[in-house]
Every structure is written in C-alpha cells, then in structure tokens.
Design a protein around this ligand. Structure first.
Ligand SMILES: O=C(O)c1cc(=O)[nH]c(=O)n1[C@@H]1O[C@H](COP(=O)(O)O)[C@@H](O)[C@H]1O
Length: 235
C-alpha cells in the first residue's frame, strides 16, 4: 500500500513496550505521518518491527545513525534497503568515503532506494558541550561544513536542528533538511538544546519535522498530532 500524501511530520516511536507502540500505531495513518524507528526499538524488537510498520503502509525512517568504516556502513544501509525503509541515516562525521560507499550501496535499489541522510551535530548538543569536543568551529559552522560534505558525497539531505535550516537551505533546493528538536509552544524541552516550534521550523526551511515525546507522551497523541498538523497547514 502506498501512502497517499506527503506529511512533513515523522513521529519518533521511542518506546520500550511493543504493545504501547502498537496501540499508538493503530490510531495513526500513513496519510497523517511517517514513522521513525530508532536505536531503542530496533535493539529491543529488531527488523520484524520495522517490517510490520512497512507492511502497514507507513514510510519508515530507520534511524540507526550508522558510523563505521565504509564497507561496514555500506552493508548496513543495503540491509536497511532490504527492509523496505523510506529513509536511513549515517553520521556525516564518518567522512566522505564512508558516505560515498553508503550511497553506492543503494544504487542497485534504483528508484526504490531509501533516502540517505547524514547526521550533522546532534540537536541535544549546545555550545558548552560542543566546545569540549575539540573542534575549531562553532556548532553552526560545523553543521554547515558537514552538510556540504554530505551533499558532495551524494547524500539526499542531512539531519540538523531547525535553527540551522535557513543557512543550509542555500546548499541545494532539493537537499532535504530533517529536523528533530521540534517543540510546540509550552512543550517540555527535555534533553534537546537546539529547538524550534513546528511552524517556525518549516518557515526556516525544514523539509521534515521529527517529533517524538511531545506526541508519544501526550495524553491524547492522535489529537496532538492533528493539532500540530493543523498548526503547520498552509493557509
Ligand atoms: O537522527 C535523529 O533522528 C535525531 C538526530 C538528532 O540530532 N536529534 C534527535 O533528537 N534525533 C532523534 O529524534 C527524536 C527526537 O525525539 P523527541 O526529542 O522526543 O522529540 C529522537 O528519536 C532522537 O533519537
């Protein structure tokens, strides 16, 4: 089943209980949102969980942030493609050879290949934490440099915070900006640092909004998702 619309919201399914996750998924529809499976659920429930969501017709972002030698990452993204996922990511800081190897590994999948996205600087990172890593640049410049590297390696886009989206929009119209750290007004920021509201993120140039806890921990997740969708709908 092919999803009928191109929702910009990717719901991050970060659950440790499969029944809780399934209960939420049962309320959702591929027209309303895409779904992200990350390290917690993949480690607990494996590829079967991913296939379950793909078979339900959802576009699935497999967020395992691969970061390894080129051969290993290339094989890992090909394994993701075999699962039928829509999007997969690698750390851009793995370097251009690693990203090129990943891109080449997806070539045989043609038009059905997953979108390949490079993670720049995690949205939980602020300048105080970043300064301890020993880079010469500030976060903004590091995100831009990694995005340029990902673009020239042939990736489809990057994960960045919406705070960097305006600057990155200039790289290439078609280069996707996938932005976590999205918080509706009044929502708990939690461990995120570089945050923005859904509407402002899209105005800044974000292509997709990754939203987890503000939806999954809400008293009524479906209503919260619909409210956010409405808040970003074009007038
Ligand atoms: O690659 C990601 O999806 C990601 C990158 C990043 O820099 N920051 C980030 O928060 N994420 C993921 O996006 C989701 C955000 O979830 P919430 O903070 O609950 O909205 C989590 O599943 C994170 O693993």
């Amino acid at each position: 089943m092919q999803p009928k619309s191109d929702s910009k919201i990717i719901v991050a399914l970060d659950f440790n209980d499969l029944q809780d996750a399934k209960a939420l998924v049962e309320q959702l529809d591929p027209e309303l949102c895409k779904l992200k499976v990350g390290k917690e659920m993949f480690t607990l429930f494996g590829p079967e969980w991913v296939k379950y969501l793909v078979e339900k017709g959802f576009k699935v972002f497999l967020d395992l942030k691969f970061h390894d030698i080129p051969t290993t990452v290339a094989k890992a993204v090909a394994a993701a493609a075999e699962l039928g996922v829509w999007m997969v990511n690698v750390h851009a800081s793995g370097g251009d050879k690693m990203m090129q190897a990943a891109r080449e590994a997806l070539q045989p999948y043609g038009e059905n290949r997953p979108l390949l996205i490079g993670v720049t600087v995690l949205t939980s990172m602020d300048e105080a934490q970043f300064s301890k890593l020993g880079f010469q640049r500030d976060i903004d410049s590091q995100v831009y440099a990694l995005a340029k590297l990902a673009h020239s390696a042939g990736l489809d886009g990057v994960v960045c915070s919406a705070q960097e989206a305006t600057k990155l929009s200039g790289i290439d119209d078609k280069f996707l900006l996938v932005t976590p750290g999205i918080r509706p007004i009044g929502a708990d920021v939690g461990d995120q640092s570089r945050v923005m509201t859904p509407k402002r993120a899209l105005e800044a140039g974000a292509s997709y909004l990754v939203i987890g806890r503000p939806i999954t921990q809400a008293a009524n997740p479906l209503k919260t998702l619909c409210d956010i969708s409405e808040s970003i709908a074009i007038d």
